[in-house]
Ligand binder design. Structure first.
Ligand SMILES: *[C@@H]1O[C@H](CO)[C@@H](O)[C@H](O)[C@H]1NC(C)=O
Ligand SMILES: *[C@@H]1O[C@H](CO)[C@@H](O)[C@H](O)[C@H]1NC(C)=O
Length: 397
């Protein structure tokens, strides 16, 4: 090989070295803002600049405890995403970040404790700490985040929600989904005057007493309690939730709804009771004057064989219903269909059942609907239905 060729080859290797190992680079430009990615926390310390507004670190080979000097050179960060790189956050680690708006720290397997002063007074409006292994949060940890609107703690290991951790934060959406939570201490959500959306799905809750968890004056509109261990709900479950619009109780083991349960949620628009063990719904669970705002009712995949005309009479403004996967007695089911048709209620999401690939009702010898539970047909229906592949899961009428 001629010598000049060789020099050129070596030169190319050297030229490419700093590009690969420089540690921080622009990965995307979106609406005129450069999005940077650094290979490691160390690289950020070394190559960080005040030009960086949007930065991610998606997997350091070493796990670090975040220190304030990490961000010394990047005071203008607005969006920061750190994954698979840290095991903890020191006090006031973010104190140089006066512009920070979105902070995401996730998928860090060794990140388990949030101390009281780690976030300080930064102006974040969205803080996501999802998919870590957080077991403990010191009371007051979020107390000085005056702009915080969304706090996401999904998929951690909290087990229990202690009083004072979230109290008096301005958060509008709080996700505590998939944490194995068994216990929420009294007054745990007190003073959360802006709370609109509370997500507690995928936990191990067996009870929820709204009034003892959050003081009056809140604006809660959306409550996710699906995929928990509820067996019963009562008026105490929902007492004080005057503004509630959506209640999701999908995938629990609810076999009983006690009288007056829905008296305290006059603004409820969507009620999801799918995939529980309800054998009946009594008219007394709804208020005397009915549910004027209720538009969507999902009661599919329960153990229901009839709905009384008194119950239907309380669903004054229903627009859509999902009801497949119940052992409806055919003669009772005909009455329901007639009523729904008369009231222009849409039947959605139950194509499998109405198009004949799954059983929609059980024929019996009865010639009128007597509102009695027939255990034999209940059992044979559930057996037959469970042998078929799972039906469509999420669907809203
Ligand atoms: C229900 O919650 C458990 C954790 O409690 C989770 O592993 C599972 O994926 C959840 N199911 C659904 C359908 O989200
Ligand atoms: C109902 O929930 C159980 C777990 O509680 C789950 O295994 C099953 O797939 C769900 N069925 C439907 C129809 O969603």
């Amino acid at each position: 090989m001629p010598l000049n060729r060789l020099i050129l080859t070596i030169g190319l290797i050297f030229l490419s070295v700093p590009y690969v190992f420089c540690g921080c680079r622009i990965v995307q430009t979106f609406r005129g803002v450069d999005k940077y990615n650094c290979d490691s926390i160390q690289d950020l310390k070394q190559y960080g600049t005040s030009d960086m507004l949007d930065l991610s670190i998606t997997g350091d080979k070493k796990v670090h405890v975040l220190n304030y000097n990490v961000f010394q050179n990047t005071p203008n960060l607005e969006t920061l995403d750190i994954r698979r790189s840290i095991s903890g956050i020191n006090n006031e680690a973010f104190r140089f970040l006066h512009q920070i708006n979105t902070l995401e720290i996730s998928f860090n397997d060794d990140f388990t404790v949030i101390t009281a002063d780690c976030f300080g007074e930064i102006p974040v409006s969205w803080l996501s700490l999802s998919y870590n292994h957080i077991t403990e949060i010191a009371p007051g940890a979020f107390a000085n985040l005056k702009k915080l609107k969304r706090l996401d703690l999904k998929s951690n290991s909290l087990g229990k929600i202690t009083k004072g951790v979230f109290s008096n934060t301005p958060v509008e959406t709080l996700s505590l989904s998939k944490n194995g939570i068994r216990l929420i201490e009294e007054n745990a959500f007190n003073g959360m005057e802006n709370l609109k959306n509370l997500q507690l799905d995928g936990n191990r809750l067996t009870e929820f007493q709204a009034e003892s968890l959050i003081n009056p004056g809140h604006k809660l509109q959306i409550l996710w309690l699906h995929n928990n261990s509820f067996e019963e709900i009562s008026r105490n479950t929902l007492k004080g939730l005057d503004n509630l619009k959506l209640l999701n109780l999908l995938d629990n083991r609810i076999s009983k709804i006690l009288p007056y349960t829905f008296d305290s949620v006059p603004n409820l628009e969507t009620l999801i009771l799918s995939n529980n063990s309800l054998e009946s719904i009594d008219a007394e669970v709804f208020p005397e004057g009915g549910m004027p705002k209720l538009k969507s009712l999902l009661i599919d995949h329960n153990h229901l064989s009839f709905l009384t005309t008194r119950v239907m009479g309380k669903l004054l403004n229903l627009k859509g219903i999902r009801l497949g996967g119940n052992p409806w007695i055919c003669i009772c089911f005909d009455t329901i269909l007639l009523w729904l048709n008369d009231h222009s209620v849409k039947l959605s999401c139950d194509e499998d059942y109405f198009q004949g690939s799954r059983p929609i009702c059980v024929t019996t010898e009865a010639s009128t609907c007597t509102y009695t539970i027939d255990r034999r047909s209940l059992k044979s229906y559930l057996e037959a239905n469970s042998k078929l592949p799972p039906p469509k899961k999420y669907c809203f009428p």
